[in-house]
Each structure stands twice: as structure tokens, then as C-alpha cells.
Design a protein around this ligand. Structure first.
Ligand SMILES: N[C@@H](CCC(=O)N[C@@H](CS)C(=O)NCC(=O)O)C(=O)O
Length: 219
């Protein structure tokens, strides 16, 4: 019996977990949930009811995306994603992403719910706290930890993707050329194609959905 991953396709936390599972080649049973109608099995596994949640056969649960990434890569990490992520200052970027950047991103996305400041002001704040530090690094190397990707790229990319998607025209014309290049390489990469597999909503009793999907048979 494979571990179960409760997931939501567009959730950036779930995307980073799926990216790490794909990179590690660790197989799980994927259960796509609807956040407005969470399955009882998800709530029984993790009362917080957030996704992603990884549940093992013997009942153990990992309910945080960064810990799921870490666990997956500890199983198999042929390309050194964990080692490169240990470079000075890199993990602190993930803290920024999940903290100040995520808060500014949510306010930029839903600026009408935060009438005290304009969407542009929240966007400027998001840029200052994460995009500028990313740009400084990505102007020097194609990935955050050097020439090749690591856990930190995969942890941060889904949030930058969401930020870029709020106003795609603004993002396309923005001065963050190195970050855009990095974003586009991840967005169009093979790992994202694998991680963004479309599956129907899971319902109790459904047959397991294997993730990552088995490679299609070559003709
Ligand atoms: N700290 C958690 C946060 C996960 C999270 O907040 N996920 C959102 C979806 S993007 C969620 O499940 N929200 C609960 C809800 O909308 O009811 C993690 O890193 O996995």
C-alpha cells in the first residue's frame, strides 16, 4: 500500500510537494480534494484540513509541504537537491516566501478585501521582500543554488507562479528578467508537466490514482 497524498492541483503548497515527489520518483496514491468540501478522511488524518497531507499506511501523517519535500528527497535524491539547498541563505528564502511574501501575495490577489492599501502597494511589498532577493541571485546563476535546481527552487517557484499570474501583462513587462527566465523554465519544464497531472476529484471507494503517473508506453 502506497502512502496517500491529499492534494489540490492549484495549491502552491501542494504543487511544491508534488514537484519533490516527482523529482524523487516516490510513488503515492493521489487524492484530489475540493477545499470547500473536504473529505472526512482528510480531516481525520489532519484536523487542520490543509493540503498537502501525506499519510502513511501505518497512520503516520506529514501535514506540511516543506516536510513532505524533505521526506521525499530523503528517500531518493540522485541530483543533490537537498545538498544544494544547504547553501548559505537559501533556506531563509523559503521562510521569506512562506511568511512576508505569501502575506503580501494574498493581499495583492485579493486587494478588494484589504481596502487600506492599493493592489500596487501590496505588489511592491511582495517584490521587495522576495522578488528582489531572487533577482539578485538569479542574475548570477540560472537556479537559486547554482547551475542546477534544488529543493529551494521547487519550494518557491509555485508561489512566484501565483504572483506572476495575478497580472500577467505587468509581470511580462516587469524589470525582473532573470526571475522571469527562471519562472518560465520551471513553468514549461518536464517536472511541472508531471506534477500538474489532472485527475478527477477523489471520492471514498475510488480505485487508487498512482502518482507520479506511470510513463506512457512507447509505441
Ligand atoms: N503550512 C501548510 C499550509 C498549506 C495550506 O495553507 N494550504 C491551503 C491551500 S493552498 C489550504 O489547504 N487551505 C485550507 C482551506 O482553504 O480550507 C503547508 O505548508 O503545507
Amino acid at each position: 500500500m502506497l502512502p496517500i497524498l491529499y492534494s489540490f492541483r492549484r495549491c502552491p503548497y501542494a504543487i511544491r510537494a508534488r514537484l519533490a515527489l516527482c523529482q524523487a520518483g516516490v510513488a503515492v496514491q493521489l487524492r484530489e480534494v475540493v477545499l470547500s468540501d473536504k473529505p472526512a478522511d482528510l480531516l481525520a488524518a489532519s484536523a487542520a484540513g490543509t493540503v498537502p497531507v501525506l499519510q502513511f499506511v501505518h497512520g503516520e501523517v506529514i501535514a506540511h509541504s516543506r516536510e513532505i519535500m524533505q521526506w521525499a528527497l530523503e528517500q531518493h535524491d540522485a541530483d543533490g537537491w537537498l545538498e544544494r539547498a544547504g547553501a548559505p541563505g537559501l533556506r531563509a528564502l523559503v521562510d521569506l516566501c512562506d511568511g512576508d511574501f505569501k502575506q503580501a501575495l494574498d493581499r495583492y490577489k485579493y486587494a478588494d478585501r484589504h481596502p487600506g492599501r492599493s493592489a500596487g502597494a501590496w505588489r511592491d511589498q511582495a517584490v521587495a521582500c522576495l522578488v528582489e532577493p531572487l533577482e539578485a541571485r538569479l542574475a548570477r546563476s540560472p537556479q537559486l543554488g547554482g547551475d542546477r535546481p534544488c529543493l529551494v527552487d521547487a519550494a518557491i517557484f509555485p508561489f512566484v507562479r501565483q504572483f506572476a499570474g495575478v497580472d500577467a501583462a505587468w509581470w511580462a513587462a516587469s524589470p525582473w528578467a532573470a526571475t522571469r527566465r527562471w519562472h518560465d523554465a520551471w513553468a514549461g519544464g518536464a517536472l511541472m508537466a508531471q506534477a500538474m497531472l489532472r485527475v478527477p476529484r477523489w471520492r471514498p471507494g475510488d480505485p487508487p490514482t498512482l502518482f507520479p503517473a506511470a510513463a506512457p508506453a512507447t509505441p
